[in-house]
Design a protein around this ligand. Structure first.
Ligand code: NDP
Length: 484
C-alpha cells in the first residue's frame, strides 16, 4: 500500500480531516466513503491533495501500508459499528482502527474489547473544533493502547492545533478515556455558553444596552482574564444585524436552544459517578426549558416581582459597576464549571481505571476546540503544582480569583433573584461554592430522615460505628449493622 493513513467517511468532518492529513509533509491519505459520489466529489474538489481513493473496503485496506491505520468519521451509533465490522474483515493483527466520531465512551469500551480479540488495535478518539478545526487543526483526545499511540501519535501531532508551541493532542488513557474526556469537554462547553448567555441577559435587562453595545463589553472582556473563543464569538453574534429587518440578529433568532446530546451524556454519567456537575446540569436543563414553547406559553402570566416603579435602567457609573460585577460573577461561575468538569474526569478515571493527566487534558484544550481559552493555562499550572488536587477550585490561583469575585457574585445572584431574571448557572454555581465551603451541611438532617422512614442508619461525629434510632419505639439509639 502507498498510503500511511486512511479516512472512512467523507462528510464534513471526514473530508476536512482527510485534507488536513494530506496537507502534512510525508502523508498519503487513503479515502473511502459508502456512497461513491462523495468520494468522487472530494477528489474533484481537491485535485492537489495527496489522496488514494478506494471504492471497496478491500481496495481501501490494500491501499494502506502496514500497520494499517484508518480513522472512521461516520455517523455515531450503528453506522460506526457497521464500518468497524467491515474494517475488521479486511485488516490484520497490529493494524489500527480509530473512531473519530462522537461516540458514547461506554460504546468505545465495548468496541475496544471486541476489536482487541482480533489482534487489531481500536482507538476511540474525541475530535473537537467542528469542520474548521478538522481542516486547520482540531483538539484531539485519543484513547487506546500504547502500541496504537506509538504509530498514531506522530500523525495526530502533525494535524492537531498548536497552542503555545505544543500540539493539542495527548494520549488520554486506554479504551474509552478519549471519548469520556471529549464528552466532558462538551459538557463544560454547555456551561460556558450558558454563563455567557446569562451575563448578556443580565446586562441587557439591567442597563437597557443594545446588543451592539453589549458586543463592545464582550470584546473588552476578551482582552482580560476571560479571553476565550466563546467570548470572542459572542461579541460577533451580538454585533450582527439581520439583513431582512435591520434588527439585531439575536432578537430575531427563535429563543429555543438545541442540543445534540453530549451535554446530557455528561450529566447522566456524572449522576452515575455521584459527581455534582451542577453548572453543566443547569446549562443542559436551561436548553430544555427554552425548548418547551407549550409550557412557556401558559406560564407567561405567572406572578413576578413587583416593579411598580416601572423598569429603571442603570446608567453611567452604576451601569459600569454592574457590568464589572457581572464579569466577576461570570469568572467565578466559570471556575466552578471547569472545576466540576475536571472532577468528573477524575472520578471517571478512578472508576474505569484510566491514568489521566488532568494538566495535559487542560493543555490540549487551549487550541482547536470550542472552549479554548487562556484560562486553561491556570488549570494546567494548578495540576502541575499538585497532581492529586481533590478540588480544582481550591488551587491558590483560583482561591484568589474567587476571593475577588465572591461579593460581586453574591450581589448579582441576589439582584437576579429580586428582579425575576433567571440565572440558573450563576446561582447554582454559587450554591455549589457555598456548599463546599460549609462547615456543616443539612445532610445531617437528611440522614436523620432516612433513618426515620427507612432505617437507613447514620454515623456520628463523635464515635465510630453505625447507628439507628428506634423511631417507632422508645427512640433510644442502638448500634446497627453497617448496611448503608
Ligand atoms: P455525519 O455525522 O453527518 O455522518 C455522515 C457520514 O456517515 C457519511 O460519510 C455517511 O456516508 C456515513 N455513514 C452513515 N451511515 C453509514 C453506514 N451505515 N455505513 C457507512 N457509512 C455511513 O458526518 P459529520 O462529518 O458531521 O460527522 C462525522 C462524525 O464526527 C460524527 O460521529 C460526528 O458526531 C462527529 N463529529 C462531528 C463534529 C461536527 O462539528 N460536525 C465535531 C466533532 C465530531 P454516506 O455518504 O454514504 O451517507
Amino acid at each position: 500500500g502507498r498510503a500511511n493513513i486512511g479516512v472512512v467517511g467523507l462528510a464534513v468532518m471526514g473530508s476536512n480531516l482527510a485534507r488536513n492529513l494530506a496537507s502534512r509533509e510525508g502523508n498519503t491519505v487513503a479515502i473511502f466513503n459508502r456512497s461513491h459520489d462523495k468520494t468522487e466529489h472530494v477528489l474533484a474538489q481537491h485535485p492537489e491533495a495527496n489522496f488514494v481513493a478506494s471504492f471497496s473496503y478491500e481496495d481501501f485496506a490494500a491501499s494502506l501500508s502496514k500497520p494499517r491505520t484508518a480513522i472512521i468519521m461516520v455517523k455515531a451509533g450503528r453506522p460506526t459499528d457497521f464500518v468497524i465490522d467491515e474494517l475488521v474483515k479486511v485488516f490484520e493483527p497490529g493494524d489500527i482502527i480509530v473512531d473519530g466520531g462522537n461516540a458514547l465512551f461506554t460504546d468505545t469500551i465495548r468496541r475496544e474489547k471486541a476489536v482487541r480479540e482480533t489482534g487489531i488495535n481500536f482507538v476511540g478518539m474525541g475530535v473537537s473544533g467542528g469542520e474548521e478545526g478538522a481542516l486547520r487543526g482540531p483538539s484531539i483526545m485519543p484513547g487506546g493502547s500504547d502500541e496504537a499511540w506509538a504509530t498514531l501519535g506522530p500523525i495526530l501531532k502533525s494535524i492537531a492545533a498548536i497552542a503555545e508551541g505544543e500540539p493539542c493532542v495527548t494520549h488520554v488513557g486506554h479504551d474509552g478515556a478519549g471519548h469520556f474526556v471529549k464528552m466532558v469537554h462538551n459538557g463544560i462547553e454547555y456551561a460556558d455558553m450558558q454563563l455567557i448567555a446569562e451575563a448578556y441577559d443580565l446586562i441587557r435587562r439591567a442597563t437597557g444596552k443594545t446588543p451592539a453595545e453589549i458586543a463592545d463589553v464582550f470584546a473588552e472582556w476578551n482582552r482580560g482574564e476571560l479571553e476565550s473563543y466563546l467570548i470572542e464569538i459572542t461579541a460577533e453574534v451580538l454585533r450582527q444585524t439581520d439583513a431582512d429587518t435591520g434588527k439585531p440578529l439575536v432578537d430575531v433568532i427563535l429563543d429555543q436552544a438545541g442540543a445534540k446530546g453530549t451535554g446530557a451524556w455528561t450529566v447522566q454519567t456524572a449522576l452515575d459517578l455521584g459527581v455534582p456537575v451542577s453548572g453543566i446540569a443547569e446549562a443542559t436543563f436551561a436548553r430544555s426549558l427554552s425548548s418547551h414553547p407549550e409550557q412557556r406559553e401558559v406560564s407567561g402570566d405567572l406572578p413576578g416581582p413587583d416593579i411598580s416603579e416601572g423598569v429603571v435602567f442603570l446608567e453611567g457609573e452604576d451601569a459600569d459597576t454592574f457590568i464589572e460585577q457581572v464579569r466577576l460573577a461570570l469568572y467565578a461561575s466559570k471556575i466552578v464549571a471547569y472545576s466540576q468538569g475536571f472532577d468528573e474526569i477524575r472520578a471517571g478515571a478512578a472508576q474505569y481505571d484510566w491514568n489521566i493527566d488532568l494538566g495535559a487534558v487542560s493543555k490540549i484544550w487551549r487550541g482547536g476546540c470550542i472552549i479554548r481559552a487562556q484560562f486553561l493555562n491556570r488549570i494546567a499550572e494548578a495540576y502541575d503544582a499538585e497532581p492529586g488536587l481533590p478540588v480544582l477550585l481550591t488551587a491558590p490561583y483560583f482561591v484568589e480569583a474567587l476571593g475577588r469575585a465572591q461579593t460581586p457574585w453574591r450581589n448579582i445572584v441576589s439582584l437576579a433573584a429580586a428582579a425575576g431574571i433567571p440565572a440558573p448557572a450563576f446561582s447554582s454555581s454559587l450554591a455549589y461554592y457555598d456548599g463546599l465551603r460549609a462547615e456543616r451541611l443539612p445532610a445531617a438532617l437528611i440522614q436523620g430522615q432516612r433513618d426515620f422512614f427507612g432505617a437507613h442508619t447514620y454515623r456520628r461525629i463523635d464515635k465510630e460505628g453505625t447507628f439507628h434510632t428506634l423511631w417507632s419505639g422508645d427512640r433510644t439509639e442502638i448500634e446497627a449493622e453497617d448496611t448503608h
